[in-house]
Each structure stands twice: as structure tokens, then as C-alpha cells.
Design a protein around this ligand. Structure first.
Ligand code: ZN
Length: 120
């Protein structure tokens, strides 16, 4: 990958990381803030539901944050954009859509097939 391309992805990932960090900070603050429980069981149930939903989203965001940090580290050591499965370069268009991707389309398809097999 060219230096210019690496810098493009570095900027993109940093922006995503900032947005996600801000979002999950807000979500966390909201969760900590939502300890007041309503006396109405129905309200309580929907509060619980919203809390669960917020927690799941927070968990997903955190996983993505880890992935972005890992990708940024890879940009630094110049291994970014290399497939972890076969060591080939990942298609640039694929990376633009999903810069945290670690597998080329071939390996990804293969992995999904394997997952389907093991889940069946
Ligand atoms: Zn591959």
C-alpha cells in the first residue's frame, strides 16, 4: 500500500475512533444516569429493555473501537491492508467500505462458509 493511501485510512480511522469514543461516552453517561426506576412494572420493563439495548450497543461500539485501534497500529507498522488469512493485499475498495477488515474477500467468504458448517 502506498504512503498516501495509508494516510487516507489513518485519517478515516481516527475520525471514526473519535466519533465512536464520543458516542460511547455519552451512552455510558446515559446508562449511569438511568438508575431511577419507575414504580410502574411496565415502565420498568421498558427501562430494562432500553438499558439492555444500550449495553449491547455499547459492547458493539467497544469492539469496534478495539478493531480501529488495532488497524491504526497496523498502519504504523505498515501491515495495514494485508489479509490475515493469506497475506495478500486486501482490495482497496473493500477497505474503503470497511477499513477495520482483516481478511480479503476470498478468505472472508471461506471463513463464513466454515462458520456456517460449524453452526449447522
Ligand atoms: Zn486472504
Amino acid at each position: 500500500m502506498k504512503k498516501k493511501e495509508r494516510e487516507f485510512f489513518r485519517k478515516m480511522l481516527k475520525r471514526q475512533l473519535e466519533e465512536l469514543t464520543r458516542k460511547s461516552d455519552l451512552a455510558l453517561a446515559g446508562l449511569l444516569d438511568s438508575t431511577v426506576h419507575s414504580a410502574d412494572p411496565l415502565d420498568r420493563a421498558s427501562e430494562q429493555f432500553e438499558r439492555d439495548l444500550a449495553l449491547r450497543m455499547l459492547d458493539r461500539d467497544n469492539k469496534l473501537i478495539m478493531k480501529i485501534k488495532k488497524a491504526l497500529k497496523k498502519i504504523d507498522d505498515e501491515s495495514f491492508g494485508i489479509c490475515e488469512g493469506c497475506g495478500e493485499e486486501i482490495d482497496l475498495e473493500r477497505l474503503k467500505l470497511r477499513p477495520v477488515t482483516e481478511l480479503c474477500i476470498g478468505c472472508k467468504t471461506h471463513q463464513e462458509k466454515l462458520e456456517k458448517l460449524t453452526c449447522a
